[in-house]
Design a protein around this ligand. Structure first.
Ligand SMILES: [Zn+2]
Length: 385
C-alpha cells in the first residue's frame, strides 16, 4: 500500500486532476476510508484479439483489467495470427497501440502457430515480447523444448510454461506435474529462466520449491480459483471449467502454504473469456476458461486477507512486486499509476456488471468486499466507478 487516506477526495495535491474526477465519490457524507494501491500486474490474460473478437477485444479486456485495478497485463499468444514472428506480432501490437487503456505486453509463442513442431522466430521476437509461451498447450517434444529453451536463454528472455503432458488425462494431476519434471530437467541443463503458469497441484509445488532451493531460475504463478475453491465445490456448469482443472482441498491447502512461504511468486488470473454459448454446455461440454480480471482482488482480499491467511501487504506484493520483478515491469512503481479501493463495501459478484465480454466465473454470486472505485494509469483515469 502506498498510502492510506481518510477522505474520499484526499488524494495528494500533486494528483490535482484527480480531485475533480474523485469528487462525486464524496457526494454523500458517509465516512469512507479509501485505500490507494499500486496498479496491479497480471502476467496471464487472454485478450483474444486478433482472431477471436466475439470472445473479447483488447478494448474490452483492458477496460476489464482497469476495472479490477490492473495497470499491466501480459497477453497469451493463442491468437490468430499467433505471434510467432515479428509480422504476426505487429498485427497485435498495432491494435494494442490503438485500443488499450493500460499497459499490455504480449508474449511471443514458443513454437510456430503453437503447434509444437518448430521453434518460433525467438531471436527476432525477443526484443518486443515479455516472454515466450505456448499457453493453452504443453510442448510435448523434448528435443523441441530443449531447443526452445536454449534459444530463449540466449535471447535473454523467459520460458513461460503451460505444463500439460497429453499422455495423461487432462484432469489428472500427472498431466501437470509430469511435464513440469521434464521441463525442470531441461531448464537445469540449459540454464533457461523458467516460469510455470497456473500451478494447481501439490506435486508441482514440491518440485518448484526444490528447484528454487537448488538455485534454479524458476518462478511460478497460481490463480485465485485454485486458492479459493476445491473440486468438491464444482458444479455441472461451464463456469467451473478451466485448464488445469481445480484440484482437491489438500492441493488448495498446499498452494496456500506456498503463497505464504514465497514458493508462489505471483497470482495471475488466466482471464480467458468465451462466448455465452461456448460456456453454456455444462461442465463436460463447455470451453476451457473463465474470466478473472474483475474479481481477482475482491476475492483474494475477502478470502485470504480478511480471513487472516495472508496480510494485505503480501497480497499487494503478489499482484505487483512479484510479477514486476520477474518480468521487468519497472513502471509498477510509477507514482501516477494506482487504483483506489473501498475495502468496506460488501457486494455480490454479478457477471452481468462486468466490462469483459466473458461472463463465466465460478465466483458468480459470491459475497465479497473491496470495490475498485478508480484506476489511474500514467496519470490518466482509465476506470471510474
Ligand atoms: Zn492461459
Amino acid at each position: 500500500m502506498r498510502e492510506r487516506r481518510n477522505t474520499p477526495i484526499g488524494i495528494a495535491d500533486a494528483r490535482g486532476s484527480l480531485r475533480e474526477a474523485c469528487s462525486p465519490l464524496g457526494a454523500d457524507d458517509r465516512f469512507i476510508e479509501y485505500f490507494i494501491l499500486p496498479g496491479f500486474t497480471d502476467v496471464h490474460v487472454h485478450l483474444r484479439e486478433p482472431g477471436f473478437l466475439y470472445k473479447e477485444t483488447i478494448k474490452t479486456g483492458t477496460l476489464a483489467a482497469a476495472a479490477g485495478g490492473f495497470a499491466h497485463v501480459l497477453t497469451m499468444p493463442n491468437l490468430d495470427p499467433v505471434p510467432d514472428s515479428p509480422d504476426h506480432l505487429k498485427v497485435q501490437t498495432d491494435i494494442i497501440e490503438r485500443d488499450a487503456c493500460i499497459d499490455v505486453r504480449p508474449l511471443g509463442s514458443l513454437t510456430c502457430g503453437e503447434k509444437g513442431k518448430e521453434v518460433s522466430d525467438i531471436e527476432a521476437l525477443a526484443p518486443h515480447v515479455a516472454a515466450f509461451s505456448d499457453d493453452g498447450v504443453g510442448v510435448m517434444d523434448d528435443g523441441l523444448m530443449r531447443e526452445a529453451m536454449e534459444r530463449v536463454k540466449a535471447a535473454g528472455s523467459i520460458v513461460v510454461a503451460h505444463c500439460e503432458d497429453t499422455r495423461y488425462p487432462r484432469e489428472s494431476r500427472e498431466a501437470e506435474y509430469r511435464q513440469l519434471i521434464r521441463d525442470l530437467e531441461l531448464a537445469e541443463q540449459t540454464g533457461c529462466p523458467y516460469h510455470m503458469c497456473h500451478v494447481s497441484t501439490r506435486e508441482s509445488i514440491d518440485l518448484i520449491r526444490s528447484a528454487k532451493k537448488a538455485g534454479m531460475d524458476v518462478t511460478c504463478e497460481t490463480a485465485p480459483h485454485y486458492l479459493t475453491i476445491a473440486d468438491d465445490e464444482i458444479e455441472d456448469e461451464g463456469r467451473f471449467k478451466m485448464n488445469p482443472p481445480i484440484k482437491t482441498k489438500k492441493d488448495r491447502e498446499v498452494l496456500l502454504e506456498a503463497v505464504c512461504d514465497g514458493t508462489i511468486d505471483m497470482i495471475a488470473t488466466d482471464h480467458a473469456p468465451h462466448s455465452a454459448e461456448e460456456k453454456a454446455k455444462g461442465f463436460a461440454g463447455s470451453a476451457y476458461g473463465i474470466v478473472g480480471l474483475e474479481t481477482a482482488f475482491p476475492v483474494l482480499y475477502t478470502r485470504l486477507v480478511r480471513e487472516g491467511i495472508i496480510p494485505m501487504q503480501k497480497l499487494v506484493d503478489l499482484l505487483t512486486e512479484g510479477p514486476g520483478r520477474r518480468f521487468g515491469i519497472e513502471e509498477a512503481d510509477d507514482e501516477l499509476t494506482f487504483s483506489v479501493w473501498d475495502l468496506d463495501e460488501e457486494y455480490t459478484v454479478r457477471p452481468e456488471e462486468f466490462r469483459t465480454m466473458g461472463q463465466s466465473t465460478p465466483f458468480e454470486g459470491w459475497e465479497v468486499r473491496g470495490r475498485c472505485m478508480m484506476t489511474v494509469y500514467k496519470g490518466k483515469v482509465v476506470y471510474k466507478r
